[in-house]
Design a binder for this molecule. Structure first.
Ligand code: EPZ
Length: 417
């Protein structure tokens, strides 16, 4: 099992390229199921989750190949096996995103229930409610969602809560449904808008993606397209939070600043100087950060996927911060590991009280989920001495070459096993 060994205490200096967004690439890969034509994708991040999605699609009969320019090409001439097996789904919850496209393309799907995960129960009731409103019959048998539909028909669906993949699943299903579908209380995340851009390039008729009301006029068929995946706003925020914690001067290249405004705002509140120019974001910090309180919320609010990283920043900041997690019910596991490094954190319900300490002490810690791992990396970069992070397969799911990128900025970090 790989581990990351970090020797803290160095500032971060230099430039780092931002990779394509994991949470845009995963649903966009699933759109290949909606057409017999080839889908050509660029700026796809080289991540464990992307490889898992490619494997999941390939075992359904989708041809998946690497393109010369680092992207991937997918083609679902026929779908020989409309199933997402437990063995794959248990490693990646986003597998549920094949449900809508399979129903739309071939009228049937058998998708393993994702089951819970470290950060919460994560039900998919909204996905099912929407698909049933569009005419699908869905039975839960032996841990699988078995769904059937002759042809999906458009419907007006008011989602009970904001769900990113729920919105994406229903939007993809609606592209081939008969008539108009209106999604109300839709997720406004930029990844939803990126997915819609790809679908519209394939001939779909989607309006309003990125707002909380999305209208999809069904069409008979979609064709192939070429699409460039948007930059990863969470990877961007993670590197910026790291630089704010260590001090130094870092410029992100190939970013999408407008998609992480709430994060940039909080970094400025922490005392960092943040400048945006086109697709680059530069952060400079030469003093101990100030504590920043935050409350996670659906986009454009502060992203829950940035909460753990800011807890690491607040752990060594000047003052006391209140961090409230409103999206997931169990997304404070990193707090327990940060305490091993000397952080002063008290959990009260869905709020963490983080009293900044002058200095963390390096120690052995264990990653529990993707963004918790990133939080431990940031803490290791500022801790005094060596920090050894175990179970970093969590990190590899969502960050492309993170140790190479950080080493390139001057960090003392290496992968050991
Ligand atoms: C997406 O997960 C992201 N994953 C998550 O990123 C992200 O944390 C989350 O959105 C919130 O922004 C991908 O896009 C692949 P939700 P998703 O459905 O869609 C509840 C990462 O680190 N809910 O928006 O699964 C749910 O339990 C990952 O990259 C229902 O109750 O999240 C949660 O409390 C982690 N019923 C809340 O809604 C449903 O049918 C938001 O979940 C669906 C969701």
């Amino acid at each position: 099992m790989d581990k990351l060994l970090i020797t803290g205490g160095r500032t971060l200096e230099g430039e780092v390229p931002v990779s394509g967004a994991k949470n845009a690439a995963l649903p966009i890969m699933c759109t290949a199921l909606l057409t017999q034509d080839p889908l050509k994708l660029a700026n796809v991040p080289a991540l464990m989750d992307v490889r898992t999605m490619a494997q999941l699609l390939a075992q359904m009969g989708v041809e998946v190949g690497a393109r010369s320019n680092g992207g991937i090409e997918l083609r679902a001439r026929t779908i020989t096996n409309p199933e997402a097996p437990y063995e794959l789904v248990k490693t990646m919850r986003a597998s549920v995103l094949v449900l809508g496209p399979l129903l739309a393309r071939c009228g049937q799907a058998s998708v393993s229930l994702p089951g819970g995960c470290a950060i919460g129960a994560r039900p998919v009731d909204q996905h099912l409610k929407g698909l049933q409103a569009m005419g699908a019959r869905i039975e839960v048998e032996h841990g699988y969602l078995n769904a059937r539909a002759e042809r999906l028909r458009g419907a007006r669906i008011a989602l009970d809560l904001v769900t990113v993949t729920g919105t994406e699943n229903l939007m993809m299903a609606a592209t081939l449904a008969e008539g108009l579908t209106v999604l109300e209380n839709a997720a406004r995340e930029p990844e939803v808008a990126d997915l819609a851009r790809c679908l519209n390039a394939m001939g779909a008729r989607i309006e309003g993606a990125g707002s909380d009301v999305i209208r999809i006029e069904g069409v008979r068929a979609l064709c192939g397209a070429a699409h460039r995946v948007m930059p990863d706003r969470i990877e961007s925020g993670t590197f910026l939070a790291a630089a704010a914690a260590t001090g130094g001067r870092v410029r992100l290249l190939g970013a999408a600043p407008a998609t992480l405004e709430a994060t940039l705002q909080k970094l400025r509140e922490a005392g960092a100087r943040v400048a945006v120019a086109g697709d680059s974001i530069e952060i400079e910090s030469d003093t101990r950060p100030l504590s920043v309180s935050l409350c996670t919320a659906p986009y454009p609010g502060f992203a829950t996927d940035m909460q753990a990283q800011f807890m690491a920043l607040d752990a060594i900041a000047r003052g006391t911060a209140l961090i409230s997690e409103t999206i997931f019910e169990n997304r404070f596991m990193h707090a327990l590991e940060l305490q091993r490094l000397g952080a002063d954190i008290t959990i009260q319900g869905n709020t963490a009280v983080v009293k900044g300490v002058e200095r963390l002490q390096g120690a052995k810690v264990m990653a529990t989920d993707l963004r918790a791992s990133a939080s431990l990396v940031i803490a290791g970069l500022v801790a005094h001495g060596d920090t050894l992070i175990e179970r970093i397969y969590h990190l590899d799911r969502g960050y492309e070459s993170i140790e190479a990128k950080l080493a390139g900025l001057g960090a003392r970090i290496e992968r050991v096993n």
